[in-house]
Design a protein around this ligand. Structure first.
Ligand code: SAM
Length: 277
């Protein structure tokens, strides 16, 4: 029996088109999750024809997010989080990481995928310090003017704004302005987290980045832009990057010494954390 029909019909939220890949479900498949369909897994198989380690893009992205959240909750003492493009619930979601370290932390997730919203809301039913909002994260006004966003977070206090693994799905050229619209709304002492597909512009890795981009953008998922270091550096909305700056996700405060070399895919995703003065 094909995987896609193993799920009961009731596991497919109303309004979901199982013939179209979704960003969140493709990402879930890359992280070995179970909330994805055949069309989503096919996107990864297509990218794997040029980059067999494609799933490591997702793992590098996710593991960076977890480490960044630990940093924000401990050293940053941040108790408010606006996580844009939350993705499907997996292990170590933002609220689980930060509330373990800062029990009073509030986390507000924003996404526009109906599967994410259904699973997210179910997961959070019992958690009064976490909310899920449906909005377009590439329309800052829509997010910032949302009533729940305004009322659940205290905008006079620092907030960690997270755009992790999201902006490479934005095809416009005004991503820097988009991020400024967000950071302008943040109080002093706030943080910005960004992880993004990278074209390292080196002879060894640029080719693989371009080939993955080609596969992602021509897949039923339709997006996945590999931008340069300089382009990604403009996405922190004028905040000052904390040490070690914008680096490969795998190089941002790794959990231990490196015993194995990075593969070609791990060289193609970068991240950083900025702090607003
Ligand atoms: N941030 C999570 C992480 O780093 O593990 C998930 C990243 S996942 C690759 C990108 C998420 O962004 C997906 O859940 C997708 O539904 C969401 N997303 C993409 N475009 C969006 C949009 N325009 N508005 C809201 N969410 C969006």
């Amino acid at each position: 029996m094909p995987d896609a029909v193993q799920k009961s019909p009731s596991s497919t939220p109303v309004g979901v088109d199982t013939n179209r890949a979704s960003i969140a479900r493709v990402y879930d498949a890359a992280l070995n999750g179970t909330n994805n369909y055949e069309i989503d897994r096919e996107v990864l198989r297509q990218v794997a024809t040029v980059a067999p380690e494609v799933n490591d893009l997702a793992w590098a992205n996710r593991n960076f997010l977890i480490r960044a959240c630990r940093f924000l909750a401990t050293q940053g003492k941040v108790t408010q989080y606006l996580d844009c493009g939350s993705g499907l619930p997996t292990a170590e979601n933002t609220h689980q990481v930060v509330q373990r370290l800062q029990p009073d932390a509030r986390v507000l997730y924003v996404d526009n995928d109906p599967v994410v919203l259904a699973h997210g809301r179910a997961l959070l039913e019992e958690n009064p310090q976490t909310r899920f909002v449906e909005a377009d994260i590439f329309d800052p006004k829509q997010v910032l003017e949302n009533t729940t966003v305004r009322e659940f977070l205290d905008w006079d206090q620092p907030i960690a704004l997270i755009q992790n693994g999201t902006l490479h799905h934005y095809l416009g050229a005004d991503y820097a302005d988009l991020m400024v619209s967000y950071t302008d709304a943040l109080a002093s002492g706030s943080f910005v987290v960004v992880a993004h597909f990278l074209d390292p512009q080196t002879p060894e890795h640029s080719e693989i980045a371009r080939r993955m981009e080609e596969k992602f953008t021509h897949s039923p998922m339709g997006s996945g832009v590999f931008r340069t270091w300089d382009q990604i550096a403009t996405m922190f909305g004028g905040t000052r990057l904390v040490d070690p700056g914008l680096v490969l996700c795998e190089d941002w405060w790794p959990d231990g010494p490196r015993y194995t070399e990075l593969n070609q895919v791990q060289e193609c995703i970068a991240g950083g954390v900025g702090r607003k003065a």
